[in-house]
Structures are given as structure tokens and as C-alpha cells.
Ligand binder design. Structure first.
Ligand code: AHG
Ligand code: MN
Ligand code: MN
Length: 334
């Protein structure tokens, strides 16, 4: 059986299509290797003593889980010494992490959510890792927060790993969205889902409906119409799913369509939204758009936002194109 591995896929992207330079290929392979290790720890669960809280809070004031901290450390250590990075930033660190002295520095910036959906770890439900790659801006030597404040349209690669019944890596380098499944015995990432396409129409939506009383009018209008089903203006029934792991919700949408919403509401308005722009919204928006979907805040495309801080939060509405466009229209009309 001939199988295309991640390594082969990346070499072909580099060689034939000239899409990625060698150091970006190395970067992605290093991230993919770290993800394999995270997958092992996630898979061991309670056996490794890795469930539960670490006893610390991150910069967002959230209690860190032991696996949040472990996954963050694994990604830092794996990526420090390869020479491909200028700096890294993460949900779990207030400030960017510089490449230690003594290691060569490269032209890329790596941003990640080491463990997404971490409220699900202790109940053995799918979690993931999300990452985004940017270029170090010209002329910047000392890499501080400002180097990372680039719109999502500047991303050169983005991906996520999902630690589900199988572990998968879903990746884009701007040439479509492709999925690799981890063959655990061989330790290989096998291309199993090339050129993933999100259906433009859907009958499935994902939103934390417990926040309904805080929603803005356009979101209320849209969800009310879906809930009215067959008897409402849409004339069809819709189904609802909410995993509370963005990675898992987005993965389902890549597989069979749907719309994912974490909109602005009265409660998260002071923060600007719930999900973080640089390491949740942007990479997912890039992946979804490369799969033919769309991503908006309701007011503007996610990928066009110029960030003003590393841990900025934004509203996120993404997935099947026609539904996302409809929600954006409802925002314009309101
Ligand atoms: P994280 O675990 O990295 O902090 O991210 C959690 C995010 C996202 O994965 C998910 O969609 C959302 O928060 C869940 O929010 P609710 O708790 O409102 O369901
Ligand atoms: Mn997250
Ligand atoms: Mn996280």
C-alpha cells in the first residue's frame, strides 16, 4: 500500500510547488513531532498522573491544567534549538518566549494554544493543539510582542492536532487544507484527507446556548430561525452540537459542514469576545477558508483584523460559507 506521509507531502510542497521553503518544512515537522508526544501524554490520562489542575493561573486568569503546562513545555523545548524560529508565543505565557542564547535564530514566529478545550481533559473528551506560523517582520531583531501583531492574512501556515479516537493533524500552508492521521505503530503521519472541502450549506450549528440571554440581536435572530426548523423561515430542521473544544467542533465542521459560533455577547463584550485571535481564531480561520469555508467576527473577516495585543480576544463565526455569510448579513442589517 503506498502511503503519503507528512514528510513526503511537505517535501513535495517544497520541491514541486515551491510553496514552502526548507526551514518552514522543518518547523512544521518539529511541531508535528511535539504533537506526537503530547498525544502520548493525553492518551495516558490518569495513568500518567497528568489529569487535574496544575495549581497555577495563566495570564488570562484561567486555572492551568497539568496538561496545559506539559504541552506548552513540550512545544517550547521541541522548537527552541532547530534554528527556524525567532520567537514563540502561547496562551500559557504572558510574554513571547525568545530563542535562548546559543541557539541560531530563524525567520519565523510560532504561536500556539498548546491544549485547546482543556476543560475536557478530566472527563476524557477530545482536546487539541492549535498553531499558527508568521514571518518575523523585516528589520525586527529583538522579538517582542509587537512582532506578533500581524493580521491572520499574513499567516504562512496553520494547523491543529486533535486528540480523539485517533490523533489527526490538520494543516494548511496556503494550498488547501489537508488532514494526516497518526499511525501509532509506525509513528507516521499519513495523508488521509487531502483537500478537505467544507460543504457551503449545512443543517448543523455549534454554539454555547447557555449564553443566549446575552446574545446580540443578529445572533438571536439567526439562532431563533434555526431553532424554528421546519416551521420557521428556513423551512428545514437544524441539529445542534457543542463539544466545548474548539478543535473538536471545527474538526466536525471540516468533516461534514456546519457553523461554529462564539459571538460577541453582553458578558464577553468587555474582553472583546471569548476566543483568542492569534492562536485560536486566526489559525482556525485560515484552515477553514482554505477548505472553502468562511470566518467572520460578524462585523469583519477574522483574517483582516490587525491585532493590538498578544492575547486579544475576538468574536468567531466560522464554517459553511453560506451560513457564515448569512450571519454577517444579519449583523449588517441590525
Ligand atoms: P482553552 O481550553 O484553550 O482555554 O480553550 C477553550 C475554548 C474553546 O476550545 C471552546 O470552544 C470554548 O473555549 C469553550 O467555551 P465554553 O466554556 O463557553 O463552552
Ligand atoms: Mn483554546
Ligand atoms: Mn488552551
Amino acid at each position: 500500500m503506498s502511503r503519503i506521509t507528512l514528510t513526503q507531502f511537505l517535501i513535495e510542497q517544497q520541491r514541486e510547488q515551491k510553496h514552502i521553503p526548507a526551514d518552514l518544512r522543518l518547523l512544521i515537522e518539529v511541531v508535528a513531532r511535539a504533537v506526537k508526544t503530547i498525544s502520548v501524554y493525553v492518551g495516558k490520562g490518569a495513568v500518567a498522573g497528568l489529569l487535574g489542575n496544575a495549581g497555577t493561573d495563566n495570564v488570562q486568569g484561567e486555572a492551568q491544567k497539568k496538561l496545559d503546562v506539559a504541552a506548552n513545555e513540550l512545544l517550547l523545548q521541541a522548537n527552541e534549538w532547530g534554528g527556524h524560529l525567532a520567537a514563540m508565543a502561547s496562551e500559557e505565557m504572558e510574554m513571547p518566549h525568545p530563542i535562548p542564547h546559543g541557539y541560531p535564530k530563524g525567520g519565523y514566529l510560532l504561536v500556539f494554544d498548546p491544549l485547546d478545550g482543556s476543560s475536557n481533559i478530566d472527563v476524557n473528551i477530545s482536546v487539541g493543539t492549535i498553531f499558527s506560523v508568521l514571518r518575523r517582520p523585516e528589520g525586527v531583531t529583538e522579538t517582542d510582542e509587537s512582532a506578533f501583531l500581524q493580521p491572520g492574512s499574513e499567516q504562512v501556515a496553520a494547523g491543529y492536532a486533535i486528540y480523539g479516537p485517533s490523533t489527526m493533524l490538520v494543516l494548511t500552508v496556503g494550498t488547501g487544507t489537508h488532514g494526516f492521521t497518526l499511525d501509532r505503530e509506525f509513528g507516521a503521519w499519513v495523508l488521509t484527507h487531502s483537500n478537505i472541502t467544507i460543504p457551503a450549506d449545512t443543517k448543523e450549528f455549534a454554539i454555547n446556548a447557555s449564553r443566549a440571554r446575552f446574545w446580540e440581536p443578529p445572533v438571536k435572530r439567526y439562532i431563533d430561525e434555526l431553532l424554528a426548523g421546519n416551521d420557521g423561515p428556513r423551512g428545514q430542521d437544524f441539529n445542534m452540537r457543542w463539544v466545548a473544544s474548539m478543535v473538536a467542533d471545527v474538526h466536525r465542521i471540516l468533516a461534514r459542514g456546519g457553523i461554529f459560533m462564539y459571538p460577541l455577547d453582553e458578558k464577553n463584550r468587555p474582553n472583546g469576545g471569548h476566543l483568542r485571535l492569534l492562536y485560536e481564531a486566526n489559525p482556525m480561520a485560515f484552515i477553514v477558508e482554505q477548505a472553502g469555508g468562511a470566518a467572520t467576527t460578524g462585523r469583519e473577516p477574522v483574517l483582516s483584523i490587525k491585532p493590538n495585543k498578544l492575547h486579544q480576544r475576538v468574536p468567531v463565526i466560522l464554517g459553511s460559507k453560506h451560513e457564515v455569510e448569512r450571519v454577517a448579513r444579519y449583523h449588517r442589517e441590525s
